[in-house]
Design a protein. Structure first.
Ligand code: NAP
Length: 252
């Protein structure tokens, strides 16, 4: 059982929540974050019975909230061993000429700037301890661009570049940096993308077997449990029914 401290952004649903559940069972101490406080309380009640949990509620686009939340951690909890940069979403799926500026800003602010701002709080401690592992949740959208995906794809291409940049710059300090890039995973992702339109969201996952959040949680657990000399640098993981962003073998 590990006693390491893992900070998971976006633990209130989907991939982040499944990762919290799996890592709790494996004894990790967890810092779980998201905006929805009631979900953080539920997680604390459930997982607090099996491991030590801290929850922090903040909007990752709000630097003051983020800084205050981080500062509120007891000193021993600030020595974060593993950072899972997972918080993120797509907002909208429109041709670029029809895209909403609010949606574009949300994706850049959450997926790119949020990841950077949180990492900026955690990386100096890892560097000074000469120890740490950052796992960035990118996407197939960071490896290829699909029609109407424009700015979401741009944000995830940025995550891919930041992952590579982190690996280069922290290489001499022995810090591992991993990019995990999933294809279609059935979470609240599409509900957010389509602004609460459940029918449209559900149609994304119909007619084939999508990945489940637990599948990605298992990969995260795999990469953080490799021996000290092994860093899994970059993973692209797809449902068997998916060959690319646009090619999915659906039986509808
Ligand atoms: P999800 O179920 O919608 O979860 C998104 C998480 O991010 C939630 O916990 C949410 O918490 C948090 N979050 C969103 N905006 C936030 C903000 N402004 N401040 C703080 N936290 C915020 O979606 P998911 O599929 O698990 O997504 C997790 C990651 O996987 C994302 O980076 C996504 O881009 C990536 N991904 C997903 C898929 C997929 O098909 N699902 C594929 C490839 C990559 P609150 O709402 O409580 O704040």
């Amino acid at each position: 059982m590990s006693q390491e401290i893992v900070f998971i952004s976006g633990a209130t649903s989907g991939i982040g929540k499944a990762t919290a559940e799996l890592l709790a069972k494996n004894g990790y101490k967890l810092i779980l974050t998201g905006r929805r406080k009631e979900r953080l309380v539920e997680l604390e009640n459930k997982l607090g019975a099996i491991t030590e949990i801290k929850t922090l509620s903040f909007d990752i686009t709000n630097n003051d909230e983020l800084q205050k939340a981080f500062d509120s951690l007891p000193a021993e909890w600030k020595s974060i061993d593993i950072l899972v940069n997972n918080a993120g979403n797509a907002h909208g799926l429109d041709p670029i000429q029809d895209g909403s500026i609010a949606d574009w800003d949300a994706m850049i602010d959450i997926n790119v700037k949020g990841l950077l701002h949180l990492s900026k709080l955690v990386m100096p401690g890892m560097v000074s301890r000469r120890k740490g592992h950052i796992v960035n949740i990118g996407s197939i959208a960071g490896k290829e661009v699909y029609p109407n995906g424009n700015v979401y794809c741009a944000s995830k291409h940025a995550v891919d570049a930041i992952t590579q940049g982190m690996r280069l710059d922290m290489n001499k300090y022995g810090i591992k940096v991993t990019g995990i890039n999933p294809g279609l995973v059935e979470t609240e992702f599409s509900e957010v993308r389509f602004k609460g339109n459940k029918e449209r969201a559900e149609s994304v996952y119909k007619g084939y077997s999508p990945l489940l959040p637990h599948d990605i949680a298992e990969l995260i657990h795999f990469v953080i449990t490799r021996p000290k000399h092994v860093n899994v640098a970059d993973l692209l993981v797809l449902p068997t029914d998916q060959a690319s962003s646009t090619v999915v073998n659906k039986n509808l």
